[in-house]
Design a protein around this ligand. Structure first.
Ligand SMILES: NC(=O)c1ccc[n+]([C@@H]2O[C@H](COP(=O)([O-])OP(=O)(O)OC[C@H]3O[C@@H](n4cnc5c(N)ncnc54)[C@H](O)[C@@H]3O)[C@@H](O)[C@H]2O)c1
Length: 546
């Protein structure tokens, strides 16, 4: 842990600068290519020739993974180490990644006689430009810090790297406590937490045998890291992968998982670790709640939505043919570990889903939490680690407060439905999974504000502030139009009302809406069908305006 990891294109000076930085920090210098050659007994060129690029990258990944246990060092990676998706997360988990930026012109100039490297295939500057163009976004996405090397000596670049890594440490791990009625559990929010998984799991559960449940995509990104981290602490791990997506939250999948827990020898002293988004969390939590009448579950949420929302509150569920989340349990986790570094690889659509839930929390909380959200908007669009840390901490603190005060969905938790009454109805009508959840909820929040204004509940100006916030996080009218241009026109007000009535959150067929009076103050109330039909018609017509 806590290595300084240097990435960059050929000619960026990774090895030279890495050695200088290591000497000045009094650390060992590790050249990843040299490490690979030592492990394999073959040169990098020979490895490429004999095993092809895929074979080489496998070896490179294994070499990198083996360094997770090494004492803090300075590691210079090969220029292509960022190409493999599973390396991108691993690099960030093992330390602070510093990208040394170089232009193709400067790189070719520095390489001099070596400018005929095999990768360039004799293509010189044009080839260097093309390769760097293709890799630039990967270097940027993987980097914690960027140091420009153009026009600087190696000494100057090393000074700049040291200044960057010596910056005050990232915000310390935040701890939020959630009440369960009979006890409490903690939500830890921070960076690099996955690397310390075993100590956290041991402290929270004492388990020496763990079922690690994940979906296929998340496993490809973080599975090896999580498993290695658990095993480092002497925990025996069985892996249980399910396909990505909502269909895995099924009764059949739960049954298969439970059989696999038993076949893996899990007993009452074992624990489940749910590594993934809300789907994995709900499914694994449900299985943990019924296996041997209940064993502990630790949530390691990997989507923003799961970190700010679904992993907190102890609700677990699987879907039935008759509807979503119709079978489930309340099973508070032993611990929630929200490692914000894992969010880096999240696709934009999933990122927006989470931001919408975080916006909902900020609007319901109001006050400084909402001011902070609005002030962070620029940094959030860059997924700046400090801003994300603050956002997740605020949203978790809000949800923890709500669910601690209302353990089993009596009254207070109803506020969490803000935006979901229309949002869920649209998702159901469109066919679950056809509409991005975040956009549907954002549309629902806008609709609730319009309805609230009409009923005299929502103060003037609130709808505008809500709409501006949703636009700024990428859940604006444009996003809605491109994701689901025909939705408003496709469903009659009667159909939407029907879907709202059959939602399990309606009471006796009467539709209830959570309305904001103003940020920080909300009210839930039944709304007459006639009013709803009129407002839905207005909403539908607004979609037809040019
Ligand atoms: N229990 C609750 O209180 C609660 C609350 C809200 C939502 N939910 C449930 O949560 C589910 C939705 O959760 P979700 O939005 O996290 O969806 P999800 O779990 O399906 O994840 C979305 C996608 O992102 C991928 N992914 C996850 N982490 C990633 C990462 N770090 N990098 C790249 N890709 C990654 C997943 O493989 C998946 O394909 C729904 O089933 C919903 O009912 C539960």
């Amino acid at each position: 842990m806590n290595h300084v990891v240097i990435t960059g294109f050929m000619g960026a000076g990774k090895t030279t600068v890495g050695r200088l930085v290591a000497t000045r920090l009094g650390r060992e210098f590790i050249d990843l290519d040299a490490e690979i050659e030592r492990r394999e007994g073959l040169s990098v060129t020979a490895l490429f020739r004999e095993r092809g690029e895929t074979g080489f990258r496998d070896v490179e990944h294994a070499a990198l993974a083996s360094l997770t246990e090494a004492p803090p060092a300075v590691i210079a990676t090969g220029g292509g180490a960022v190409l493999r998706e599973d390396n991108q997360l691993l690099l960030r988990e093992i330390g602070t990644v510093v990208y040394l930026a170089v232009t193709p012109e400067e790189a070719i100039g520095r390489l001099g006689g070596a400018g005929d490297r095999p990768l360039l295939a004799g293509g010189g500057l044009a080839a260097a430009r093309a390769i760097l163009d293709a890799r630039l976004s990967l270097y940027a996405a993987t980097a914690d810090r960027v140091v420009d090397t153009v026009g600087r000596t190696a000494d100057e670049v090393a000074d700049a790297v040291i200044a960057e890594v010596a910056e005050p440490a990232a915000a310390p791990t935040e701890r939020v406590t959630v009440g369960t009625g009979s006890g409490v559990y903690e939500v830890l929010i921070g960076r690099g937490l996955l690397g310390d998984l075993s100590s956290h799991v041991t402290a929270a559960t004492g388990a020496r045998t763990v079922a690690l449940v994940s979906d296929e995509s998340v496993w490809g990104l973080a599975g090896d890291l999580a498993k290695a981290a658990l095993e480092r602490g002497g925990i025996a791990v069985s892996e249980h992968l399910v396909p990505d997506g909502e269909p895995s939250k099924s009764w059949e999948q739960a049954g298969m998982l439970l059989e696999r827990f038993a076949a893996s020898g899990l007993d009452r002293s074992s624990a489940v670790v749910a590594l993934g988004g809300g789907v994995v969390g709900d499914l694994a939590g449900f299985c943990a709640s019924v296996y041997m009448r209940g064993i502990p579950v630790v949530h390691v949420p990997t989507t923003l939505l799961a970190q700010v929302d679904s992993s907190i509150g102890g609700k677990t569920a699987v879907d039935l043919v008759a509807g979503k989340n119709l079978a489930g349990s309340f099973w508070p986790p032993a611990l929630v570990l929200a490692d914000i570094d894992v969010l880096r690889s999240l696709p934009d659509a999933e990122w927006i889903n989470g931001l919408v839930e975080a916006a909902k929390a900020a609007l319901l909380k109001g006050g400084e939490a909402l001011d902070r959200f609005e002030a962070r908007l620029g940094d959030l669009s860059d997924r700046d680690a400090g801003a994300v840390h603050g956002l997740v901490s605020d949203a978790v603190a809000f949800k923890a407060g709500v669910v601690s005060a209302d353990l089993r969905e009596a009254d207070l938790r109803e506020c969490l439905n803000f935006g979901h009454t229309l949002g869920h109805a649209l998702e159901v009508l469109a066919g679950y999974g056809s509409l991005p959840h975040g956009l549907a909820v954002a549309e629902g929040m806008r609709f609730a504000c319009a309805l609230g204004e009409r009923l005299g509940v929502t103060d003037a100006g609130v709808a505008g502030r809500v709409s501006a916030l949703l636009d700024a996080i990428g859940a604006g009218a444009d996003a809605w139009q491109s994701a689901a241009p025909d939705v408003r026109a496709s469903f009659t007000p009667e159909a939407v009302l029907g879907a709202m009535r059959s939602d399990k959150k309606s009471r006796g067929g009467v539709v209830r809406f959570v309305l904001l009076e103003r940020p920080g103050a909300w009210r839930a109330l039944p709304v007459d069908d006639a009013v709803l039909l009129e407002e839905l018609e207005r909403w539908r017509m607004a979609g037809e305006e040019p």
